[in-house]
Ligand binder design. Structure first.
Ligand code: ATP
Length: 218
């Protein structure tokens, strides 16, 4: 059954743990792009990086604590659910988008990725097909070069944000955002060194990490 919805943002990641860098940019894109919701999609088995420290259930619980009562931010567990069915399959984004497109037939789907991830996009499984199901919005830092984009990307490059609303999928858009200088790696390192990660992630998540003794030997 198709779920109604007009403009939906998608924000994937390992969230090991979720932090204010993720949360702030999810909220900013929701406002900047006039989205009905931003679906945060924790991955089960990231195909392109080392496996997460915290298990999937814990990463999900931390996300739930982090976005409690935050209107417009939701958690989409389809990658975790898929993994339960087939443990060996990596969380390929193209499969996720295909499945989202089945649920949201007419919506404009906007997949947000950081510029670092975009540099490696052509290594993603069936990367060209991502555009069959969603738009791709690259969150860039000041100074990001567009000249180097190859023909495939140039042909899809949208100059105006309105082009995204007019089409359900298929465009590439570059959006400058102020990224907070926070990474999950730095947080894991701080915890392992017994430093206080306060103000980098929600207190409820810090409390959860303490209770479950996560990242202490990272
Ligand atoms: P790690 O340090 O473990 O690699 P991370 O902090 O980069 O983790 P991920 O879960 O890998 O977090 O990232 C999920 C998504 O959030 C990615 O698209 C990434 O580009 C984006 N992201 C990560 N950190 C920030 C930040 N500080 N501001 C905005 N977006 C971020």
């Amino acid at each position: 059954m198709a779920i109604s919805g007009n403009r939906i943002g998608l924000f994937g990641g390992t969230f090991d743990p979720v932090h204010y860098g993720h949360l702030r940019s999810a909220l900013e894109v929701k406002n900047d792009f006039g989205l009905d919701e931003v679906r945060i999609i924790p991955c089960a088995k990231p195909p392109h990086r080392k496996q997460p420290e915290a298990n999937a259930a814990m990463r999900l619980q931390m996300l739930e604590l982090a976005i409690k009562n935050q209107a417009g931010l939701t958690i989409d567990t389809r990658e975790l659910d898929r993994h339960k069915l087939s443990e060996l399959t990596p969380s390929y984004m193209v499969d996720t988008l295909k499945s989202l497109r089945q649920d949201f037939k007419d919506a404009s789907l906007l997949l947000f990725i950081g510029s670092d991830a975009f540099k490696h996009l052509t290594g993603w499984h069936q990367w060209q097909q991502l555009f069959d199901y969603a738009h791709l919005v690259v969150l860039t830092r000041p100074g990001f070069e567009t000249q180097g984009l190859d023909d495939f990307f140039n042909a899809r490059l949208a100059k105006d944000i309105k082009e995204l609303a007019q089409n359900p999928a298929g465009k590439l858009f570059l959006s400058q955002v102020t990224q907070l200088d926070i990474s999950a790696t730095a947080i894991r390192n701080m915890i392992a060194k017994k430093q206080n990660p306060g103000f980098l992630l929600p207190d409820a998540v810090i409390e959860y990490i303490k209770q479950h003794q996560l990242y202490e030997t990272y």
